[in-house]
Design a protein around this ligand. Structure first.
Ligand SMILES: [Zn+2]
Length: 425
């Protein structure tokens, strides 16, 4: 069970392997780059990517099921990438020392990361905090103990600045499977996240190294995928909203419902295929809009929000947003759109991404976990998000409702449209 040392050894061996044989033994695959479906430059847009021939669990490719994500996680744990005992609440830090910090050098490093008071602490703990949830994970400092599983660090053959979600940069131990966007043939790769924040945490990255962002085709793709799944939902962090890898488009997936999904909603607009709501302002501190219904309408709403933020605000932080793509209890598609204005709140060390903005906070120290207060989380969400009564947001929502009302009335004059007045939004 000495997985870390095995991983490090494997990584060193992989680096040697890559230095010597580099990509010469790889299969060259022609992969279409992500493009707008309206584009007619199919041939010109083909890009040559060098992919390790044995990287993919080929039997899982394009299966579009929850079970393919579970199979990915199971196989990666079996292969030594990821940890089966990650969520075991009976493990203490001593177990991590015994299992992973096996040399004096690693023990010294780990001592610095963990702190004396943590040695007898439980590795994983979770607790509710009013409407929020707090997770303590002492696995995460282990990441800094020399875990280099995915990077070809310092290797001249590494591409895109050694980006660790670029497939050609990944170590032998890491594998994934492909899901192709049928609308534009852009392939994504599903990967196991070995240091989970959410249960059964996976990363879904565009194969092509292309900047994080949410063009229409990506929104439609992820909605299409979520519609086909029962358990996994996906979160998105825009630039300046917790995106840890800014230069490579990706989503985070997990099979765990986030606190925000249990919050009551106030309806703003409804027609036969779409409902737009806002989270109850008396319960949730910051503005969160909930779009439910058809994939087309949800995409239209998301694009309206992104384009309007872009038009109305100057800084990257003010244009930032998070989205949680999930399903209602009835199985209908649902997207939570969270406008942002700050990435890291005062008093917190880390950036707030969609997890935190959806009500789940992570602590890497037992004392932080014990001391975290509901009021400080409310304050942080309000600081990072936008006020529910933000006048610019109200105008953006009113514009969207006006467009919908216009189009609903022209299509079907008897339809029941419920736009709320400004004070109610
Ligand atoms: Zn990349």
């Amino acid at each position: 069970m000495k997985k870390i040392s095995l991983l490090i050894q494997t990584t060193i061996m992989c680096s040697i392997f890559f230095t010597i044989s580099a990509f010469s033994q790889e299969t060259n695959l022609r992969i279409p780059i992500e493009k707008n479906t309206k584009s007619r430059t199919n041939e010109a847009s083909l890009v040559l990517l060098q992919i390790k021939g044995d990287f993919f669990y080929e039997d899982l490719n394009d299966s579009w099921t929850d079970s393919s994500f579970y199979a990915l996680l199971d196989r990666q744990i079996e292969d030594g990438f990821g940890y089966m005992e990650y969520w075991d609440t009976d493990k203490t830090v001593q177990y991590l020392y015994d299992t992973y910090a096996t040399t004096d050098e690693k023990r010294d490093k780990y001592d610095n990361l963990i702190g004396e008071e943590e040695k007898t602490a439980q590795v994983i703990e979770t607790k509710p905090l009013d409407v929020f949830k707090v997770v303590k994970s002492l696995w995460r400092p282990l990441r800094r103990l020399g875990f280099t599983g995915t990077k070809l660090k310092g290797n001249p053959k590494a591409i895109n600045n050694a980006c660790f979600i670029c497939v050609p940069n990944m170590a032998e131990v890491q594998k994934g499977f492909i899901i192709t966007n049928p609308r534009n043939n852009a392939p994504y790769v599903a990967l196991c996240n070995p240091f989970q924040i959410l249960k059964n945490h996976v990363t879904l990255a565009l194969i092509e190294h292309k900047k994080q962002g949410m063009p229409t085709e990506r929104a439609k793709f992820i909605l299409n995928l979520v519609k086909k799944l029962d358990k996994f939902r996906f979160g998105f962090n825009s630039l300046s909203a917790g995106a840890s890898i800014r230069e490579h488009a990706h989503f985070h997936g997990a099979d765990e419902a986030l606190p925000i999904e249990h919050i009551a909603q106030e309806e703003i607009y409804k027609d036969s295929s779409f409902i737009l709501s806002q989270l109850d302002k008396n319960i949730w501190p910051n503005a969160v809009y909930v779009a439910e219904g058809s994939e087309e309408k949800i995409t239209e709403f998301i694009m309206h929000m992104i384009n309007s933020l872009d038009k109305n605000f100057a800084s990257e932080e003010e244009k930032a947003f998070n989205i949680l793509f999930t399903r209602s209890d009835q199985g209908d598609l649902k997207a939570y759109f969270i406008p942002r204005r700050k990435e890291t709140p005062g008093g917190f060390k880390g950036m707030f991404g969609f997890c935190e903005m959806c009500g789940l906070s992570l602590c890497e120290r037992t004392k932080d976990y014990r001391n975290i207060k509901e009021e400080s989380l409310r304050k942080a969400l309000l600081e990072c998000g936008r006020y529910p009564n933000d006048s610019a947001l109200i105008e953006i929502i009113e514009d969207f409702v006006a467009l919908q009302t216009e189009s609903a009335n022209s299509n079907n004059p008897t339809i029941n449209v419920i736009p709320k007045n400004k004070a109610d939004i």
